[in-house]
Ligand binder design. Structure first.
Ligand code: ADP
Ligand code: MG
Length: 610
């Protein structure tokens, strides 16, 4: 490629190209596990055993009992763009396998000491191929069981820049366990095991049904909070399990979404999920094990080498199918569906319907079949509940009874508060509280206000000013997904400072025997899970520690506030308004949402042209 003197463009050697591709495909040891797992599954394995040491930095080994390779294929496999899965461009339209780019093995082998041992069941002996840093070292016959075993040692040994980016062993290990779980759920019929530094982390027998696998991984608690989903709309089948609206998390780590059995996601699916669920406070995410199956030519998986995002040919169909499946399942479980968003038209009447759910579906909504469907709020209109002048004037109102208990008394506040006096006029049907304040009126969002109040209280607690914790009557054990466990484990001291009595319990669990006073009654599990998510957002640096704490307190506060949402009595609302005014930063929730909107009488005068 020498060209004329002065030209700068050169073809990269394959060697360098592989190393660059490795940057895209292999981000961390968990990516190696993912690629090797997918290859094993593509090879039709029914049993896959994984061994990692030192968070996968020293060794990732994946052994399967799949179809194996003959000698020529074994030598070819780690070559760039070597794949047995597609032959020409048209095949890309119809991909049924997990891999197809022929990039993974080449990339992995270019940044590690790589050994592949493989034998087809019909062959007498197997083949062993060793590659170091992308250079073929040795090919020889070997004795090995049918199937393939790939060992990847010293990942990134020749790419110091990447090596330095790896996190602590335990963090990498948690990522590996996550990848493992994601695939184990997608393939319940395959036996999997994972061994980390000599300890068996998972040993999963081939299961008959998805529910058995979820039971084995998540326990009975998890299963109890799920409802089965199974619905086919046209060519699209949506099945799996959906978490009850009460079983949510602050992040998407509890959402296992698969498109044609491939762990994947797409904005349209996430949008459909939130449309199907009743509005969840604080943007919380339901727990889901959702499989979307559709003809391969309806979905484009060739978007990015590792990104799990796919594109659908017919967005609207996917959206409809997901909404129909989830709302049918939730409906059956007695959960009232949200009012349909404008562009969504309910599916056609039963007779003409293309649905084939396993049971006849209830009407799309809201006549829930279940017993305790919460009533649909009557009107989004201005159903104002006035504070009666005297008890005699009190009229029965159709809105919740708490409203009539508001006192009209004016409350005086210290100077420096957003208002020096106020009276609560009532609660709007949308849940807002209306106050008359010094020189105007203020609409308060009680949820945001409550969060702010709790947040500042908890911060004071965390700062040590009179930390109080409450012993639990019965210590609670809280089980977690590996990545969460790892995150929580890293901040145990912070949690203790906050008033948690918490200690590790076995592999994936904690035992909690005390909680901060302000959180008494909240679900430990939810608070800890939120904490875990908050920590991820806040980063792990030492400087982040203070932010962690605040983040953590904010999450805890929002959790505790959610718990009481809707159930606040007039007295509690009064207290919140008083406490809010006394807050250091009363105008926003810890997450930055406004707590109140003030309109001055002057502004009103201006608008009315007085
Ligand atoms: P891709 O999976 O995209 O085809 P890979 O680099 O991951 O690319 O693998 C290259 C090829 O090596 C595969 O197409 C397959 O033929 C073969 N191969 C890889 N792993 C295995 C395995 N565990 N069992 C059998 N064949 C395998
Ligand atoms: Mg592959």
């Amino acid at each position: 490629m020498s060209g004329a003197e002065g030209s700068k463009i050169r073809m990269l050697s394959t060697h360098v190209a592989n190393k660059i591709a490795a940057g895209e495909v292999v981000e961390r040891p968990a990516s190696v596990v993912k690629e090797l797992l997918e290859n094993a599954l593509d090879a039709g394995a029914t049993r896959i055993d994984i061994v990692v040491t030192a968070g996968g930095r020293k060794l990732v080994s994946v052994a399967d009992n799949g179809g194996g390779m003959n000698r020529d294929d074994a030598i070819m496999a780690p070559e760039r763009q070597a794949t047995s899965k597609i032959h020409d461009v048209d095949d890309i339209e119809n991909i049924a396998t997990l891999g197809f780019r022929g990039e993974a093995l080449a990339s992995i082998a270019s940044v590690s000491r790589f050994t592949l041992r493989t034998r087809r069941p019909e062959d007498e002996s197997g083949t062993e191929v060793s590659i170091v840093g992308g250079r073929l070292q040795d090919v020889k016959d070997c004795g090995c069981p049918p199937g393939t075993c790939i060992e990847v040692r010293d990942l990134f040994f020749n790419v110091p820049a990447r090596r330095n980016f790896l996190r602590a062993f335990t963090t990498e290990q948690a990522h590996i366990r996550n990848v493992f779980v994601v695939h184990a759920i997608a393939h319940h019929d395959v036996a999997f095991s994972l061994k980390c530094d000599g300890d068996v982390a998972y040993q999963l027998a081939a299961a008959e049904a998805l529910r058995d696998r979820i039971l084995e991984i998540g326990g009975a608690d998890e299963l109890e909070r799920l409802v089965p989903v199974d619905c086919t709309l046209g060519a699209i089948r949506v099945h799996g399990f959906a978490g009850l609206p009460s079983w949510t998390r602050g992040d998407r780590n509890g959402q296992f979404i698969y498109i044609n059995r491939r762990p994947a996601t797409a904005p349209v699916v996430l949008g459909a999920i939130s449309e199907a669920y009743p509005k969840l406070e604080d943007n919380r995410k339901p727990v889901l094990y959702l499989f979307i199956d559709l003809p391969p030519d309806q979905v484009d998986v060739n978007v990015h080498p590792t990104k799990r995002e796919v594109r659908f040919r017919r967005l609207a169909d996917v959206r409809e199918a997901v909404i129909a499946a989830l709302s049918t399942a939730l409906n059956r479980a007695g959960v009232a569906a949200p009012p349909p968003a404008a562009p969504w038209t309910p599916p056609p009447a039963l007779g003409s319907s293309p649905w084939t759910p396993s049971q006849p579906p209830a009407a799309p909504w809201p006549q829930a079949a279940g017993p305790a469907a919460p009533p649909v709020r009557p009107l989004p209109s201005f159903a104002f509940a006035p504070a009666p002048r005297t008890p005699a004037e009190a009229q029965p109102t159709p809105t919740p009874p708490a409203e009539v208990a508001f006192s009209e008394a004016t409350v005086q506040m210290p100077a420096g508060s957003p208002w020096t006096q106020f009276r609560i006029l009532g609660r709007l049907s949308a849940g807002y509280v209306l106050l008359e304040t010094n020189d105007g009126y203020t609409v308060v969002d009680p949820a945001a206000a409550h969060e702010r109040v709790l947040y500042e209280k908890l911060l004071r607690v965390a700062a040590g000013a009179g930390r109080v914790s409450q012993r639990l009557l019965i210590p609670q054990s809280v089980e977690m997904k590996p990545l969460d466990h790892r995150r929580v484990e890293g901040v145990l001291p912070v949690l203790e400072e906050m008033g948690f009595g918490i200690a590790p319990l076995g592999k994936d669990a904690f035992i909690v025997d005390a909680v901060p006073d302000a959180l008494a009654g909240a679900s430990c599990e939810a608070v800890l899970l939120d904490t875990a998510a908050a920590l991820e957002d806040a980063g792990a640096g030492r400087r982040g520690r203070e932010r962690w704490r605040e983040e953590l307190v904010a999450k805890a506060a929002s959790r505790a506030a959610v718990r009481t949402r809707g159930a606040l009595s007039a007295k509690e609302l009064n207290a919140i308004v008083v406490d809010l005014a006394a807050c250091e930063m009363p105008y926003t929730s810890p997450a930055g949402r406004p707590t109140m909107i003030f309109t001055s009488f002057r502004e009103l005068d201006r608008r009315f042209g007085r």
